[in-house]
Design a protein around this ligand. Structure first.
Ligand code: URP
Ligand code: ZN
Ligand code: ZN
Length: 475
């Protein structure tokens, strides 16, 4: 199916919601309009009653990430198949070199591993150590189309950098037209609280949260705000789950600084009580930053509504039930991270539209447009503009989705959302004009995803991320 006319659906992007037809030719969006005639040699796709959105983009995944003795359980093949099943047609994975490793070796490894991808994909580069070669590596990475750089204010033994080093990286990233992504937690504070707790004999997963206090995230994010003010580098604080960080984002907004906020479904749907589950069950919910009290969760939803947060990615970094629970003696040994690449869109739809918080345009902005802009892929990805790749997530509002690990396509054998019943479902997915998901049928092969070299980010596009819209509820 190279040329397809999609007829009778509701087209949704970040700017408009309209009952138009959409013509795909040679993998791209060729035309949109009311009542388009079927051209010769074109397949007809009846989309009556369906909602057609730009394919979703998840710019925060960790496939085959090695953390100590564990490796995250999804590789590029299983992780991107899982993504595709949920309507995500592009992912950006974090290349994470070892501290002693030449980052060029890690870049090679990630290019090698990603050959089995089902979705289109790109990379960010984590920078775990700063030295005389760092700017060269960043410049070379940008030359390869890798223009997002992640820095850590946590994990002193493996990844943490000083404020001065982060500031220098921001300066260079800005020159390269890139973006800096920040894991913002107070590394030193966490280390000392962990030592104290372990010395007092506290082992349970609940102590993962207690030793990573929310005020620490506020403190580290405030330092990032200062650096953004100095360097004016487009910067995203990733995986935000505390209102302490939202306060910092509010200040950035007032000062018109290019500081953006990403949250993840786990901070919108899960909370601290899950960590408190008996035996090792709480371990299944360990991720960093940790799950928080309900008041923080509520603040995340409010911030999506009022525009203080700008995108929802997954931080997909699953480990199996056995890895999370067996042979673990204390909370500090639990591999950090949760699955989520497949369930993000349906969960967000339920909180947004079924939940009556905001409408289709904002949902599209969070799931497709903002991530495309922040990864230098807009408007080829994340839009329904003429000439854009025909990546489409087609949503059926009449379906019911029941979430269960056994029905998901990830290699992770549990879902933190097990048993949830959700309104609607992703029924069809197009990737560059090919129908790759049709109900329960998949027509996709490992390796069909294209590598996406990312372009410089335009300041005008960054403004789109901040645009407010009006709630509009599909009925
Ligand atoms: O717990 C988490 N988030 N693991 C993945 C790595 C990271 O820090 O993003
Ligand atoms: Zn992180
Ligand atoms: Zn992450």
């Amino acid at each position: 199916m190279n040329n397809v006319l999609i007829k009778g659906g509701l087209l949704v992007d970040h700017q408009s919601v309209s009952p138009q037809d959409l013509l795909i030719q040679e993998g791209r969006i060729a035309h949109k309009g009311y009542d388009i005639d079927l051209p010769l040699g074109t397949a007809l796709f009846n989309a009556s009653g369906l909602v057609i959105m730009p394919g979703f983009i998840d710019i925060h995944t960790h496939f085959s990430l090695q953390v100590g003795k564990y490796t995250s359980s999804d590789n590029f093949a299983s992780g991107t198949l899982s993504a595709l099943a949920g309507g995500t047609t592009t992912i950006i994975d974090y290349i994470t070199p070892g501290r002693e490793e030449d980052p060029r070796e890690a870049i090679k490894r990630w290019f090698h591993n990603s050959r089995t991808a089902h979705t289109d994909y790109g990379f960010h580069l984590s920078i775990p150590s700063f030295n005389a070669d760092t700017f060269n590596v960043m410049t070379e990475a940008a030359g390869l189309g890798i223009s997002g750089f992640k820095v850590f204010q946590a994990y002193p033994d493996r990844l943490m950098l000083s404020d001065e080093e982060i500031g220098l990286i921001m300066q260079h990233a800005r020159k390269l037209g890139g973006v800096v992504f920040v894991h913002s937690e107070s590394g030193e504070l966490i280390s000392s609280l962990q030592k104290e707790a372990l010395a007092e004999g506290h082992n349970h997963a609940a102590w993962h949260e207690k030793t990573r206090p929310a005020y620490g995230e506020g403190e580290s994010a405030a330092r990032i705000l200062e650096l953004v003010e100095k360097t004016r580098c487009p910067t995203v604080i990733v995986h935000i789950g505390t209102k302490d960080v939202i306060e910092v984002l509010k200040q950035a907004k007032k000062k018109k600084l290019p500081l953006f906020g990403e949250t993840c479904p786990q901070y919108l749907w899960l909370h601290k009580k899950f960590l408190e589950r008996k035996q090792n069950e709480g371990n299944l919910y360990v991720c960093s930053p940790p799950l928080r009290e309900l008041e923080h969760l509520k603040a995340m939803w409010d911030s999506l509504v009022n525009g203080d947060l700008h995108l929802v990615s997954t931080d997909h970094c699953p480990f199996t039930r056995e890895e999370k629970t067996k042979d673990i003696k204390n909370f500090a040994e639990i591999p950090n991270g949760l699955p989520g690449v497949e369930t993000r869109p349906i969960l967000l739809h339920n909180g947004a539209i079924a939940g009556g918080r905001f409408g289709w345009k904002k949902l599209t902005r969070l799931l497709s447009t903002a991530p495309a802009i922040l990864s230098g892929l807009y408007p080829q990805k994340g839009s329904l503009q003429i000439g854009a790749d025909a990546d489409l997530a087609i949503f059926n509002p009449d379906m019911v989705t029941s979430l269960s690990a056994k029905d998901l396509h990830s290699n992770c054998d549990y879902s933190p959302y097990e048993g949830m019943l959700l309104k609607g479902g992703i029924e069809f997915v197009f990737s560059r004009g090919r129908l790759v998901r049709h109900g329960d049928q998949f027509e996709t092969n490992p390796g069909q995803g294209n590598y996406l070299a990312r372009k410089e980010i335009k300041a005008g596009d960054l403004n789109l991320i901040r645009m407010e819209d009006y709630p509009w509820v599909f009925s």
